[in-house]
Design a protein around this ligand. Structure first.
Ligand SMILES: [Zn+2]
Ligand SMILES: [Zn+2]
Length: 427
């Protein structure tokens, strides 16, 4: 399928004229064969001015095939072992990237994309995304999530101008990567509920069209989860993979349309980010989507429990006294992250909330939470997708859950229902 990208940038009922940076998206089996034709539409330089960036795994999965189509281009094959989106990874790629390169082709998964978009931005040149797994929603992101000298940082970077997603390639990725992509996608359930609640409580801007687009694509994937793993015809299997890739890319497009990650990231991602900071846990050997998966389960459980308490009156409001500096210092201080956390939480998104007014909105908030699938349904969807669901599956203990619920809302200055629950006490 060829995605008509222009339809996303038309004037919208939300009042904004959305801008998106990616110019063309092709998702189909054999898409790589169309590279010469697709590149000729966006690039007028010589093949020697094009560089493929991949790792040893993605070179054999698709890089060699791309090289064969582009001919005479430069190829950088990074070692997949221990490769991360960090200053070391950037250095490895940068010292090989010739000065005359005018276009980068990123052939790989999340890490290769982050390194490529960072370098493309630094050199002021465009890049093309050729994903080899439906593993994350960040392929068309405009920022690069990097670890710089041990600290997580988001760098300004560029969106790909073109996405060439070959389902004959990404449907053959190790299934763990695909399952991770499914989880990243299902995380939109809580992300979108958070957005809607924040809109209700603070009048934060929301675009209902973007929400509808995302939910439609998400529900479509939920209806064909078995096909991604099951014994179905190759045609049906490829179609399911294309649907998943479409939904993931759409989530990235939604972020471009809104200008930040609000449509794709809520309480479930904050949980993942907290664990990545390694302040209450040791380093985890888990993919982004796997952490989001468990974050989704934890957030959904917390939200539905709170909803039931609201409806049965089993709660009382808490007068808010600002940030709990003691517990923040205790948790983030030892890693030298306390100052950064204070900065992130200034202004404190809870400070603007009038508790009485918030209490008046609770019935409406409960109605919004009704849109979130039940914990059983989410559990079932994740099972059907072959995804991770529980903390122990990534080497964490159950005891980490209450602390995670308490601290995760602080990792980003974004109002989520998880953060708002600090104003409510369950009885
Ligand atoms: Zn809109
Ligand atoms: Zn994500």
């Amino acid at each position: 399928m060829k995605i008509d990208v222009s339809s996303f940038s038309a004037p919208c009922p939300c009042g904004r004229e959305h801008k998106i940076h990616v110019k063309d998206i092709l998702i189909e089996a054999g898409a790589i064969n169309k590279i010469p034709e697709l590149l000729s539409e966006i690039f007028i330089g010589k093949p020697e001015e094009i560089c493929i960036i991949c790792d040893d795994n993605t070179y054999s999965a698709a890089g060699a095939q791309v090289e064969d189509k582009v001919k005479d281009c430069m190829v950088i094959v990074l070692p997949s072992k221990g490769l991360h989106a960090d200053n070391h990874g950037v250095k490895l790629a940068e010292e090989k990237l010739a000065d005359n390169i005018k276009l980068i082709l990123a052939v790989g998964s999340g890490t290769i994309h982050d390194l490529s978009r960072y370098l493309a931005n630094k050199r002021g040149i465009p890049f093309v995304s050729i994903p080899t797994a439906a593993s994350v929603d960040g392929f068309v992101s405009t920022v690069a999530a990097m670890t710089w000298n041990g600290f997580k940082k988001t760098f300004p970077a560029v969106s790909p101008i073109l996405v060439i997603a070959d389902s004959a390639v990404f449907s053959k990725a190790p299934y763990r990567l695909t399952a991770s992509g499914i989880s990243d996608l299902l995380g939109k359930y809580t992300a979108l509920v958070d957005w809607e609640i924040a809109h209700l409580v603070t009048e934060e801007y929301i675009c209902n069209r973007v929400c509808d687009l995302e939910l439609t694509a998400l529900n479509e994937v939920c209806s064909c989860l078995e096909d991604l793993r099951g014994n179905v015809s190759e045609e049906k299997r490829l179609k399911a993979y294309e649907q998943l890739m479409y939904a993931l890319l759409l989530s990235g497009i939604a972020m471009q349309m809104i200008g930040n990650s609000r449509p794709a990231s809520g309480a479930e991602h904050h949980i993942s980010h907290l664990w990545e900071m390694e302040v209450i846990n040791s380093p985890l050997d888990a993919y982004h989507g796997e952490k989001v998966s468990i974050g989704l389960m934890i957030a959904a459980e917390a939200y539905h429990t709170m909803k039931d308490a609201i409806r049965s009156g089993q709660y009382e409001m808490v007068s808010y006294n600002g940030l709990d500096y003691m517990s923040l210092k205790e948790s983030f201080g030892p890693k030298g992250l306390y100052e950064g956390m204070l900065e992130e939480n200034t202004p404190d998104p809870l400070e603007q909330i009038d508790v009485m007014e918030f209490e008046r909105l609770l019935p409406q908030i409960a109605d919004i939470i009704d849109k979130l699938p039940s914990v059983d349904t989410i559990d079932e969807l994740l099972t059907r997708g072959g995804c991770i669901k529980y903390v122990h599956e990534i080497g964490l203990d159950e005891h980490i859950i209450p602390k995670t619920i308490c601290l995760s809302p602080f990792v980003r200055n974004r109002l989520t229902f998880m953060r708002l629950t600090k104003l409510i006490k369950l009885l």
